[in-house]
Design a protein around this ligand. Structure first.
Ligand code: NAP
Length: 678
């Protein structure tokens, strides 16, 4: 089978310089790949002139809906992906991380897109910056999609997740992507990609695929493009120093090698739940995906006193791991992705053995497979008995089922060993002592993108050392590449340009679609609560009548709510309070009284008040003060297909002197159709 590249709206099959791709277990050639003959300048142009404009015409919510539809579509087809995935050496459990994990990331971004981004094409970042005393000149940051192409270069180990975890934030941001899978396992990426194209769910040009080399694509990159790379530090270094990347300041995100650590706390003696969870985790990380995970544990740091206990427990657990043909149900660990990787890992083990001794591995009986044909490496456990002078354990990444134990004498020494990785994706700590956890967190955080703390309370629920999650940052400083993927909206921001916009509040409201204080207010003569969501305009404002706050109000509210705090009930004590100097109204009474002033009681389009945001009590209100309310429609978002949407109301309560005593956003659900009585 010759793999296709999907470029400029059609499938291209190179017929020169073909690279054979082999089944990892049998060594049989199952596909060939070549990108020879592709017009790479044309690929970039197609993304920039066809895919980009089509995506940018959509709102964040519309793009989120496409991701969700795509995730559902791929879910229906996933058995086909699982079947082909065996060829990569993955067991069914390994493929679950790759295939279901990838689809799950699409779902997660679809849902975040609707919840955390507006139904608009501009994302407003942060609060309004006051730039003048009068309030007539303000600033605001906005984010819009970059107008170039996002080039995704992926590693061979997760052919599906690697593609989807990058596509989800990119497409949600509104940027078209060019996917370049690692050639060794590109056949699985190509199959999933083919199903994406066939679905017709994405606009033409939103995604393209290059199987094989990327030719002269880098030379044609521009300042609007983004490169997101996963692979070796060496390749990342070469690509990020490409003259076009430097000259055009192309945004470059990299996830590279990582010597991740797992620490057994000094308190976690043999027999404790933390000790057992630690052994389970290290063994799982060594064998899942045959250790070909950028997040896998490469160094296990254990208190010197328990080195033998840990070694024995791990040796016993590793002896139970059945290695062989991943298609067999009893097999827990398959081969590496290719014989090239096997040679690479064996060379790295040899390097590590110059300063660490073998305690398990090198030979293993294979279930249903032949050692000469498949890319098998036995789960290999080493121990560095002179960890202070050891160098290679901190710099050599054997990208396979390989881990080195390092005994440590103090928590400070464990921290030092972990930091010697010079920047890693993740470190985990197994301890029931929160003092140890805090000490290690502060010392390890500058050197890691993610930290996992496991104790007996959370061991069962832990998502594990090696699992990047859509809501949490995946990336790390230094050796790990310096990048940051996923992390919820943080991952989307790479594909957006953040721009500071200055002007009058009314101009800014027009640009962002969100009312800001000082912008023009709209009055219609109709109570805004009588208007359905499509009829409401941004800036529509209601000024309420006035109400006096009496001592009786305060006492009745205190007894009704049970809040008889001295500041409301005890004049003598309240006088001693330096902020109040006497009895004041409850803040919550003011919020409730304000609602009494601004609501329109009869049945109507407002369906619910689902919360308040940004509530601040700015000044005390005393008996005899008179309050009134301004309520302004700040933003509105229709939930497609639901018949209603969210409306946010900027709200201020002022006193008889015009001073703001409380301000907040009222969050409501408002019907799309005009309902209710007159
Ligand atoms: P690699 O050689 O650097 O390859 C990674 C990707 O870069 C592949 O798609 C590869 O394509 C492509 N590539 C290579 N040379 C290129 C060039 N001149 N121009 C454009 N693209 C180029 O990495 P590897 O050795 O296959 O992968 C293993 C390494 O990846 C390990 O060190 C591991 O730590 C790292 N990794 C890191 C993460 C992470 O998230 N941090 C995840 C997985 C793997 P071809 O396959 O066509 O050469």
């Amino acid at each position: 089978m010759r793999l296709g590249s999907y470029v400029a709206g059609g499938w291209h099959r190179g017929d020169r310089e073909l690279q054979p791709l082999r089944d990892a277990t049998t060594g049989q050639v199952i596909a060939e790949a070549s990108s020879a003959g592709i017009d790479f300048e044309g690929v970039l142009a197609h993304a920039r002139t066809v895919g980009g404009p089509a995506l940018r015409r959509l709102t964040f919510h519309e793009r989120a809906a496409q991701l969700k539809a795509l995730a559902k579509h791929l879910t229906e087809l996933k058995e086909e992906f699982y079947t082909l995935s065996f060829a990569t050496g993955a067991t069914r459990a390994d493929s679950w991380v790759d295939i279901d994990g990838g689809i799950g990331t699409l779902f997660a971004y679809a849902s975040r897109g609707v919840r955390e981004l507006p139904d608009a094409r501009v994302y407003v970042d942060g609060e309004v910056e006051a730039l003048s005393k009068s309030g007539r000149f303000v600033g605001q940051h906005v984010c819009v999609p970059r107008e170039g192409a996002a080039l995704h270069i992926n590693a061979f180990n997760f052919p599906v997740w690697g593609m989807l975890e990058k596509l989800a934030p990119t497409l949600l941001a509104g940027m078209p992507a060019i996917v370049k899978p690692a050639t060794a396992t590109a056949y699985l990426t190509e199959l999933v990609f083919r199903r994406i194209v066939e679905s017709g769910l994405l606009p033409e040009g939103a995604v393209q695929l290059i199987c094989g080399s990327v030719g002269n694509l880098f030379a044609n990159l521009s300042g609007q493009d983004v490169v997101s790379f996963t692979g070796s530090a060496q390749t990342a270094g070469r690509l990020r120093s490409h003259p076009a990347v430097i000259g055009q300041a192309v945004r470059f995100i990299a996830e590279t090698d990582s010597i991740n650590s797992c620490v057994l706390g000094a308190d976690a003696a043999p027999g404790t739940p933390e000790f057992e969870a630690f052994v389970r985790e290290v063994v799982r990380e060594m064998t899942a995906k045959a250790g070909q995970k950028c997040t896998a544990i490469r160094k296990a740091l254990v208190p010197a006193a328990w080195l033998e206990a840990v070694t024995d427990a791990m040796r016993a657990a590793l002896a139970k791991v059945v290695v062989g043909d991943p298609r067999r149900e009893d097999v827990r660990m398959g081969p590496l992705a290719s014989s090239g990787q096997r040679a690479e890992v064996l060379a790295r083990i040899a390097e590590l053995r110059r300063e660490a001794q073998l305690v398990a591995g090198m030979t293993v009986e294979l279930a249903g497979a032949e050692a000469e044909r498949g890319a098998f490496v036995a789960p290999t456990l080493l121990v560095a008995r002179e960890p202070v002078s050891a160098q290679r354990v901190h710099t050599v990444e054997a990208f396979g089922p390989v881990c080195t134990l390092l005994p440590y004498e103090s928590t400070g020494e464990a921290m030092d060993f972990a930091r010697r990785g010079e920047g890693s994706l993740v470190a985990s700590v197994f301890t029931a002592d929160d003092g140890i956890a805090r000490e290690l967190a502060l010392g390890l955080a500058p050197y890691h993108g993610r930290l996992l703390f496991v104790n007996g309370d959370c061991a069962r629920d832990s998502t594990g050392h090696g699992s990047p999650l859509p809501g949490l940052v995946h990336g790390g400083p230094g050796r790990a590449g310096g990048g940051e993927e996923m992390g919820g909206l943080r991952g989307v921001m790479h594909y957006l340009q953040r721009t500071a916009v200055q002007g009058s509040p009314t101009t800014l409201a027009a640009i962002t679609g969100r009312w800001v204080r000082g912008a023009r207010e709209v009055t219609t003569g109709t109570h805004p609560f009588r208007r359905a969501l499509p009829e409401l305009t941004i800036g529509e404002t209601l000024y309420s009548a006035e109400r006096e706050v009496t001592l009786e109000d305060i006492e009745r509210f205190a007894h009704l709510s049970g809040d008889t705090f001295y500041a409301h009930m005890d004049e003598e004590a309240a006088r001693r309070n330096p902020l109040f100097g006497g009895r004041v109204a409850h803040g919550y009474f003011l919020v409730a009284a304000a609602a009494g002033l601004f609501v329109d009681p009869p049945y109507g389009p407002v369906l619910a008040n689902y919360g308040l945001d940004r509530l601040r009590f700015a000044k005390p209100v005393r008996p005899g003060d008179r309050i009134k309310v301004r309520l302004t429609c700040k933003s509105k978002t229709l939930r497609a297909g639901k018949g209603y949407g969210e409306v946010t109301w900027d709200t201020e309560i002022t006193n008889q002197d015009g001073e703001v005593v409380a301000s907040y956003d009222v969050l409501t659900m408002v019907s799309e159709a005009p309902v209710g009585g007159a």
